[in-house]
Design a protein around this ligand. Sequence first.
Ligand code: MLT
Length: 269
Amino acid sequence: MGTVRTDDIDTAFDDEGSGPAIVLLHGYPFNRSMWREQIDALKEQYRLIAPDLRGLGESTSGGEIATMDQMARDVAALLDQLQIQRAVICGLSMGGYVAFEFCHLFPERVEGLVLAGTRAPADNDQEKQTREQQAARMLAQGMDGIATETLPKLLATETLATRPEVANRVRQMIDTTRPSAAAAAQLGMAARRDYSADLENIEASTLIIVGREDKIRPVTDAELMHSRIPNARLKIIEDAAHVSNLDQPEVFNRILLGFLTGAQSPSPE
Ligand code: MLT
């Protein structure tokens, strides 16, 4: 692990393994530790770079709003410092929004794209308002209430019932997030662009992953991306919800590895 100065913040990151580079972008309000199973499974063959996105995990904050654009630029600055020109960019949920921005800003740096549990459209007015209310609530009351309400939606029924250690891990990621940083990310997500028009311009081979039980970013969101991105394949993971890489790490890793080994010549499904 390391920390580098990227623009106005310090970005903490893991950098493990060697081989073609893969950047893993976590969701909200999580941190890079959510990728541990992917890093461990792939590091013999690949170089895995997992940053804490601005304000989250061990990275420092830049202000009251953390936009997806800023986060994508932080990732590019990190890759510059690591002297990595091109990488497969893999983002889950908020990490997917950052991946969209990265593709838009730096298409020549994208070797392949993985979009998990995310969606292209922007928020509607109601969703923006909810984010603003949540941001205010976190600043006033901390993360506890949000964690209790969100946890049941993040993981699959089976995981919640039988693997308390996974639920505890997710809960801990949320509980240890600084409220000010979570609020900044919420406001950044509320302000994000609509990425729908970007979809048909994505040239990179793309893998779309969604958990069958994901109620936050359901299968229909994944199908829309799949129908518009020219060179995309879609994989639906059973017994997985929003954080599908933690619900079903082995299945997620197998799908990811299958894509990476065939990333140069994908056959859309
Ligand atoms: C996430 O998991 O990153 C969030 O659910 C994204 C969002 O709130 O849109």
